[in-house]
Design a protein around this ligand. Sequence first.
Ligand SMILES: [Zn+2]
Length: 386
Amino acid sequence: MITQMNFKYRIYPSQKQIIKLNKTLSDCCFVYNKLLETKINAYKTDKTNLSKFDLDKLTKQFDVPVHSQVKQNISKRINDAFNHFFRRVKLKKGKVGFPRFKNLNRYKSITYPQSGFKIVSERKLFVSQIGNIPIVLDRVPKGKLKTFCIKKTAIGWFAIFSCSDVPVEKIEVPDNQIGIDVGIENFATLSNGEVIANPALLKKSEKKLAKLQRRFSRKKKGSANRRKARFRVARLHETIFNQRSDFLHKTSFSVIKRFKIISVEKLQINNMVKNHHLAKSINDVSWGIFIQMLSYKVERTGGQLVKVNPRNTSKTCSNCGTILDMPLSKRKFKCLNCGFVCHRDLNASININTAGRAEINACEHDVRPSSVKAVVDEAGTIFEPA
Ligand SMILES: [Zn+2]
């Protein structure tokens, strides 16, 4: 099977190259803001939506030492940002802001869509206008090289190759089924009783981050100390991001290589955004990414990820089906009907597994009841047939 993949490597530009790279970033940022301004003005005056082709032509008037392909990628970025803007306008009826202008703190990457770069050897990467940059290719990018991007982060510089048609080995998996409930107490609970704890390392870093952020906010605006404190916050943010994605990759892989049919709850994005509790919101983001990882990794096993309706998964007895009131503070599920007792998250994960299995069976056998008695939709409304 084949898939699309990103290959990321650390690069080690010299001081001179760093100056060139930073200059390129600031030139790109300048072009970005100028093009954005033109596009916004055209839209404001008579709702003209300048196309990528129009913007590409405009980039030629900027006499900056930036590869032409990189400039064209800037117009693509603006077009993408505007497409997001149009989508937001469609979704929301109130006031929607135009895409934002960027300052250098928010402009971090240079993209070469097709040419302007070349892997010279395992130790050397050629980049147009910059030169040969030292790189360590511990593994060679596979498939067809599509785009190349240089990214500046708080830790250092990175080269990212996007490749298509990457051959991926298929993984043989036993015909197992599992339900997963994500929670706050633990990262996840599996319907076989397995518990995946939130990684301790991550918790420690997050505590440290809160401390650094407090320190940063106390520094005087515009001072050198504030700049240093901001850098420390950014660096730790990146470390946390890496630790978290490492954990999520490992965890999702360990799940897909053991279970073929994996059921999770359909996460409700709206509830997530409204939540102001920090630890909770961090978890929400992680679960979203985790489920996304499961959904593309499961393709390698020929398995399936089933997203089930989250309604009553915590409240239903997984043994007899009785529905109880279960406020979040109640950690144990005790069924008043059949006496079944278990941890609330385990009970939920068993229900999720059952619901997922039912969904799969319904699809496989294409069961359509000949005489429909009543249909219940996702919101719980009951429709009686006429
Ligand atoms: Zn029961």
